[in-house]
Design a protein around this ligand. Structure first.
Ligand SMILES: *[C@@H]1O[C@H](CO)[C@@H](O)[C@H](O)[C@H]1NC(C)=O
Ligand SMILES: *[C@@H]1O[C@H](CO)[C@@H](O)[C@H](O)[C@H]1NC(C)=O
Ligand SMILES: *[C@@H]1O[C@H](CO)[C@@H](O)[C@H](O)[C@H]1NC(C)=O
Ligand SMILES: *[C@@H]1O[C@H](CO)[C@@H](O)[C@H](O)[C@H]1NC(C)=O
Ligand SMILES: *[C@@H]1O[C@H](CO)[C@@H](O)[C@H](O)[C@H]1NC(C)=O
Ligand SMILES: *[C@@H]1O[C@H](CO)[C@@H](O)[C@H](O)[C@H]1NC(C)=O
Length: 486
């Protein structure tokens, strides 16, 4: 179900884009200059791309938290390997025959790429799928065939040119950013020209899991000590729950583009959002427990990796929810009379009635990490929009030429200038007029009681639909390897 809903919305995304002020010239320029594969951004809650498999076009989510390629729908021009496999995702597994077909996306071509062909249903819409970019130890089917025949897409590309670097890079755009207009790009073995300085950033070693649990291996690194700087400028304490052999107890963080909302311990979310006036910790159907707070609050947080500071854009620290953004602005607190009836009981609290409310994007864990967690935080899209990220697979890739067999590492180039980000925030969230599609009804004075009730019913209906849809969008389609799943 998780994957399903966002996919349903994809066609809507283009319809909605007319509401979003875009500088097509700038966007086009960037795309012309960029190598790689263009990513499309749906409401900052998922990033997808078009691929061509056996001559057919599919729209796939870009997921650094899983390793396999699967698509829903028959790929006519393909070869059946005779094997079946199951891809494990937290919300809904996928299952079907393992086939091979020629794959083409962006500048990249792979002959006879192995993929899982899934029967389309309500949860897996025809012509949609997921492109996993994570380590192959997490693949559900690459051991079914003799490697490299069934290797994940990235590994096939790495092997095609063994002298090219074994890395891929991801750039994710921000939907409402008034100054940076790109939507996103994925590259393999090459760098987006204007961000070459990423190669000079500190190399953050990917921490490796022991062999017996390497199916849980993610793209994970250690955070610096005192590596989260909160809104008051003070470090937010975080004790690692990951057991290291000897190494210091710095927190382990996973970079996972399959999560819209970063997942953090409750204490961290509380420290970030809990002190803002009007903030409430609530449970929202489909999203889970989360802080909500008036959208006007500018939340400044930074992370530290490799001795560098990575500021997070305040537009990424809180967000309006999904469709509501387009239709009525952020959640409107003003007119709910009997919110309990709507399953939106949290909106009844007087503390933020009358103000637009946003959710705090850094969310307390919505899933169990098990008794021996292998990470302390999952930094998803809201974090990843602030950095250009390079993942070097080093010796995750067997049979590379000798001098490329280095330890796997990550490099992060900060893209967020705090001063510009502040101006962006003021433009988008605080401007009284013309703040894009966010505002609309947000500042409308309350009308008469009865018309306000009608209004409230409409808003409520829209809210319910929006929240339902948003659920889907929420990454909760967490890539395979659910704890305890073996
Ligand atoms: C759009 O972007 C181009 C290229 O960056 C720039 O020259 C132009 O002034 C921009 N137009 C607007 C309306 O911002
Ligand atoms: C089927 O795939 C082959 C390459 O594997 C390609 O040459 C051919 O054009 C494709 N046929 C169709 C009908 O797409
Ligand atoms: C392989 O990669 C190297 C380094 O990026 C590049 O110079 C070379 O042209 C590539 N070869 C092929 C066949 O693509
Ligand atoms: C990263 O790994 C390399 C190779 O194992 C090692 O030499 C280096 O000290 C590590 N860096 C850090 C910061 O741990
Ligand atoms: C609702 O507001 C009251 C104060 O008016 C506060 O005591 C209570 O904790 C709030 N409830 C939640 C869930 O935040
Ligand atoms: C957030 O940071 C920006 C840039 O440093 C600063 O201008 C702004 O005042 C800060 N806002 C808050 C609420 O601290």
């Amino acid at each position: 179900m998780l994957v399903l809903l966002p996919l349903v919305l994809l066609p809507l995304a283009s319809a909605f884009s007319i509401h979003i002020a875009t500088n097509l010239t700038a966007r086009k320029l960037l795309h012309q200059r960029s190598p790689g594969l263009a990513l499309h951004n749906f409401q900052d809650i998922n990033y997808h791309a078009n691929i061509d498999l056996g001559g057919q076009s599919f729209t796939v989510l870009i997921d650094t938290g899983s390793a396999d390629l699967w698509v829903a729908g028959n790929v006519a021009n393909s070869t059946d390997t005779g094997q079946r496999a199951q891809g494990r995702y937290a919300q809904k597994n996928v299952e079907g025959p393992v086939k091979t077909a020629d794959l083409h996306f962006g500048d990249y071509r792979v002959p006879d790429q192995a993929f899982l062909q899934v029967q389309p249903d309500d949860s897996h819409l025809e012509n949609f799928g997921t492109l996993g970019l994570g380590p192959s130890s997490g693949s559900s089917f690459h051991n079914l065939l003799t490697p490299p025949a069934a290797d994940p897409v990235l590994y096939r590309l790495f092997h095609q040119n063994i002298t090219a670097p074994n890395y891929f890079t991801i750039l994710l755009g921000r939907e409402k950013d008034p100054t940076d207009r790109f939507t996103g790009t994925l590259t393999v073995g090459e760098i987006i020209g204007q961000y070459r300085s990423i190669l000079a950033q500190p190399r953050l070693n990917i921490t490796k899991l022991p062999d017996d649990v390497d199916g849980d291996q993610h793209l994970q690194v250690l955070l610096d000590e005192e590596g989260i700087i909160g809104p008051d400028g003070e470090p937010i304490p975080l004790l690692s729950e990951v057991r290291h052999s000897g190494s210091p107890a710095r927190p382990t963080v996973v970079f996972d583009s399959g999560f819209s909302l970063p997942q953090v311990p409750r204490s961290v979310a509380d420290a970030i959002y809990g002190k803002f006036a009007g903030a409430q910790y609530v449970s929202i159907n489909g999203i889970g427990s989360v802080w909500i707070l008036p959208c006007r609050h500018e939340v400044n947080v930074s992370f530290r990796f490799g001795g560098r500071v990575y500021p997070i854009h305040p537009l990424d620290m809180t967000m309006c929810v999904g469709l509501l953004v387009v239709l009525v602005g952020c959640l409107l607190m003003v007119s709910y009379r009997q919110p309990e009836d709507l399953g939106l009981g949290m909106l009844s609290n007087n503390t933020i009635r009358g103000e637009r409310a946003c959710i705090g994007t850094f969310q307390p864990f919505t899933f169990e990490r098990g008794s021996q967690p292998s990470f302390d935080m999952v930094l998803g899209m809201a974090f990843m929009r602030n950095v250009y990220t390079l993942f070097d697979y080093g010796d995750f890739v067997p049979d590379s030429v000798e001098d490329l067999r280095e330890e796997p590492y990550v490099q992060l180039l900060s893209l967020t200038d705090p001063v510009e980000a502040h101006t962006d925030f003021v433009t988008v969230r605080l401007a009284t007029r013309d703040d894009g599609d966010e505002d609309e009804d947000g500042d409308a004075p309350p009308a008469s009681a009865s018309s306000s009730r009608v209004h409230s019913a409409i808003v409520a209906a829209v809210a319910v639909v929006g929240v339902l849809i948003v659920l889907a969008g929420f990454f909760v389609y967490r890539a395979r390897r659910g704890r305890g799943v073996r």
